[in-house]
Design a protein around this ligand. Structure first.
Ligand code: UTP
Length: 474
């Protein structure tokens, strides 16, 4: 007979199977299982089972979608004065210490298949620096430039939290100040079978997985990270994903657009490279921006061409770069005014056990995971702004082990950036028509973190080094 209140509430909710093996477990395993069960919000889960598991559950509402407006870059017709003003505002906010960086690093990285936190994956062409080191050096460079260290918040998962902290400690926090880097864990959600019953991974372990990058907003609140920001005078959070070493972690223009508009949340877009590129689309619906995933927007819509411009009608692709007002995150996390991010359903192969407790390794999806997406916050934000960015200087993610968005494509994009910077500084370098050089070079973000900075640093060199395979400047 169930004796623990948690066991009773699971039984009442029709989830008694979670404790099917409880009596046979030792005390430590029982405590572990109870602690995991305690993380689960049974009311929320019942609601998700009703809304997302029912047969024929509809996808997102696509009624009345139009392309979302965005601010074009000055070289693409945007107003140069507005961009210059944004830059000045962003720089002032950085000098005032109002801005923190935020990396979501709680994903499982299954496509890359790397053993360890994804941030510890080596990506740079010469020194093989890891993703975390690249971001750390960019943040160090920004701190030096603006005279204020940029606080860095990193969201981990239960699976990689310990290893992530240990990685930073092992590397002396990559030269960042003690207390500048803050780690916190995101929440987890249980996986369920297709009837909504919570799955066990082992007799003493519930099948729990991270609650999606959208879980970052409630985790920022629950973990106390927002309080730390508030005490430090930070009201603006610049968000990027752990897989993108090309990112401008701290971009004064982006920060400035966000602040000048009084935005609660902002986003960067890139023009899609073609109709089939797998990026979410910035759309507008009832006067608000929404992001519609590529898998949800009908192919015919993705192929529509704007007769006026000859470009794709739904051109604006989302690349996971955002800025948040911290007060907005707090209100959203608190669910004020019924505002809450929707969960999405993903059918997955979930390692589980059978009724006898034997492992089951399915070869087709046997259950459902629930995830929150960060871009779903956009329609709740007041005065949101979407700005265009130059993909080559902001986005080249490492998602897959091979093929598109892999270590190889990311390395090539880093090399192309180095070639552009060298050429802009007046150095003649060989490269193929795509801009890829026949050698590997690398510049530390501490030496230069944009084309202008590179040209200035290069000009200062009394003796210019030969641009050859293995050149590294720091
Ligand atoms: P992805 O959507 O690429 O997912 O995450 P992933 O889990 O890293 O990789 P796959 O799909 O298993 O191959 C985009 C960003 O969101 C973070 C990731 O760490 C990455 O920075 N993320 C994703 C989280 O922080 N938590 C999550 O629950 C999911």
């Amino acid at each position: 007979m169930p004796t623990h209140p948690l066991i009773e509430s699971f039984a009442r909710a029709g989830q008694g199977q979670v404790f099917a093996f409880f009596d046979g477990l030792d005390a430590a395993a029982q405590a572990r299982l109870l602690a995991q069960a305690g993380e689960i919000d049974l009311v929320e889960l019942a609601r998700l089972n009703r809304s997302l598991l029912a047969a024929g559950t509809a996808g997102p509402d696509l009624a009345g979608l139009t392309p979302a407006p965005f601010e074009a870059r000055p070289e693409n017709g945007g107003d140069p004065a507005a961009w210059a003003a944004a830059r000045a505002t962003g720089e002032a906010a950085l000098r005032a210490g109002r801005v923190a960086a935020f990396t979501v690093a709680g994903g499982q990285g299954t496509r890359l298949g790397f053993d360890g936190p994804k941030g510890s994956f080596p990506v740079t062409p010469v020194r093989r620096k890891t993703l975390f080191q690249v971001f750390a050096e960019k943040l160090l460079a920004a701190g030096r430039r603006f005279g204020r260290p940029v606080p860095w918040f990193i969201m981990t998962s239960h699976a990689n939290h310990g290893a992530t902290g240990a990685f930073f400690a092992e590397h002396g926090w990559f030269g960042l100040e003690a207390g500048q880097v803050h780690f916190f864990r995101q929440g987890r959600m249980p996986a369920v079978d297709f009837t909504g019953r919570i799955l066990l991974e082992a007799p003493d372990t519930i099948a729990l997985s991270p609650d999606g990058h959208g879980g970052s907003l409630r985790a920022l609140e629950r973990s106390g990270a927002l309080d730390v920001m508030q005490r430090g005078g930070v009201d603006t959070l610049t968000y990027f994903q752990v897989d993108n070493p090309l990112v401008r972690c701290v971009d004064p223009e982006f920060i400035g657009w966000h602040l000048r508009r009084g935005a609660e949340m902002s986003a960067k877009m890139v023009p899609k490279s073609g109709p089939d590129e797998k990026l979410g689309h910035f759309c507008a619906q009832a006067g608000r921006p929404v992001v519609i995933e590529y898998s949800d927007l009908p192919a015919a819509t993705q192929h529509e061409v704007d007769p006026k411009t000859g470009r794709l009608r739904f051109l604006a692709g989302s690349i996971g770069l955002h800025i948040f007002d911290t007060g907005f995150i707090r209100r959203l996390a608190g669910g004020e005014g019924g505002r809450a991010l929707p969960f999405h359903r993903a059918d997955k192969k979930i390692a589980t056990i059978d009724a006898a407790g034997r492992p089951v390794r399915p070869d087709r999806p046997n259950g459902v995971k629930f995830e929150l997406f960060v871009f779903d916050a956009l329609p709740f934000a007041r005065h949101p702004v979407i700005i265009e960015t130059n993909r080559a200087d902001d986005f080249s993610p490492v998602k897959n082990a091979a093929g598109p968005d892999s270590p190889a494509t990311c390395r090539a994009d880093q090399l192309r950036q180095s070639v552009r910077w060298l050429r802009a500084a007046g150095v003649a370098v060989a490269a193929d028509p795509s801009g890829l050089p026949p050698f590997a070079v690398e510049f530390s973000p501490l030496w230069a973190d944009d084309a202008e900075g590179f040209a200035a640093a290069w000009a200062r060199l009394a003796v210019k080094p030969a641009v050859q395979d293995g050149l590294y400047l720091e």
